[in-house]
Design a protein around this ligand. Structure first.
Ligand SMILES: O=C(O)C(=O)C[C@]1(C(=O)O)C=C[C@@H](O)C=C1
Length: 288
């Protein structure tokens, strides 16, 4: 049966070309999975266990994908297809679940989890962001997804630490004004074996007094903050090149003097796909 009233030889030829491309894509996917078998063996030989995600490697791959992309296929569609593939390839290395933050909008949170971790990953909602952190810390290789809000109802990041659950990625990775699955979120995991240096480091910082507006002018980003009775608990992001002492000094210069500052993870810098280095808008995100 054909869906076109008057199929033309030209249309037939184009469909044959599509069939050839689809068969080749499928063949390459199966070949990719055979390579993953080798990656599993290499990771085992190097003693890596637990979390199989390698966020720095994923970020590198995605950056190259953005650079080589051309044509009318929305970049976020390529991203989504690739996310499905990479999650399937990760699950072949060891099963994991994604624990989602129940304090965020459920539909937005599920969209975000599905977009980045695929349709077959098992999801669970243990409670709010603090419960996600605690559940991930107690797990072997599960991931957590926490929504990022400017002002937080709870200082959920207090449960993070470099030995337990920590921040490993920031979402969305491809930034555009309008895009699918656009909830701001952080991916939480137990330590990633042999992880490289992140572009951005994240700190739990606490001080007495107000949140100085000038803190943002120092190059430090306040990812989220919680007001305590006499001060502020903040989740701060700073360039990966800055040391803890640098961050402390910048905070002090802005008028906040943290009595606690702890590294709680880091992430690869998201890519703005609407503005390239020349300031041109040249990527189609699929937004209306
Ligand atoms: O390169 C790896 O370490 C892999 O596990 C492979 C792979 C992939 O499918 O490309 C899968 C998961 C990681 O997060 C990064 C990449």
């Amino acid at each position: 049966m054909t869906t076109d009233q008057a199929p033309s030889p030209a249309l037939d030829a184009l469909r044959q070309r599509i069939d050839t491309i689809d068969a080749e894509l499928h063949r390459l996917l199966m070949e990719r999975v055979r390579v993953i078998d080798g990656i599993v063996a290499a990771k085992r030989a190097s003693g890596a266990d637990g979390v199989m995600f390698r966020p720095d490697r994923e970020a590198d791959m995605m950056r190259r994908m953005v650079e080589r992309h051309a044509g009318t296929l929305p970049l976020t569609s390529v991203e989504h297809i690739w996310r499905e593939i990479i999650t399937a390839c990760t699950r072949l290395q060891g099963d994991f679940r994604v624990f989602i933050d129940g304090s965020a909008d459920v539909a937005d949170m599920r969209d975000l989890a599905r977009f980045y971790f695929g349709f077959s990953v098992e999801m669970d909602c243990p409670g709010d962001a603090s419960d996600v952190v605690g559940t991930v810390a107690a797990s072997h290789s599960d991931l957590g997804l926490v929504a990022l809000t400017e002002r937080s109802e709870i200082p959920w990041w207090r449960g993070l630490g470099l030995e337990g659950a920590q921040i490993i990625a920031r979402l969305p990775f491809l930034v555009a004004h309008e895009r699918p699955a656009d909830l701001d979120g952080l991916v939480i995991s137990r330590p990633v074996p042999n992880a490289g240096e992140p572009d951005t480091r994240v700190f739990d910082a606490r001080w007495t007094g107000l949140l100085p507006g000038s803190l943002m002018n120092t190059g430090i980003e306040v990812l989220s903050f919680f007001r305590t009775a006499d001060g502020v608990d903040a989740l701060l992001a700073a360039s990966g090149e800055m040391s803890e002492a640098d961050v402390l000094a910048l905070c002090a210069a802005a008028g906040a003097e943290p009595d606690v500052i702890r590294p709680v993870g880091g992430y690869a810098s998201p890519i703005d796909i609407e503005t390239d280095s020349d300031g041109d808008e040249d990527f189609d995100t699929g937004a209306d």
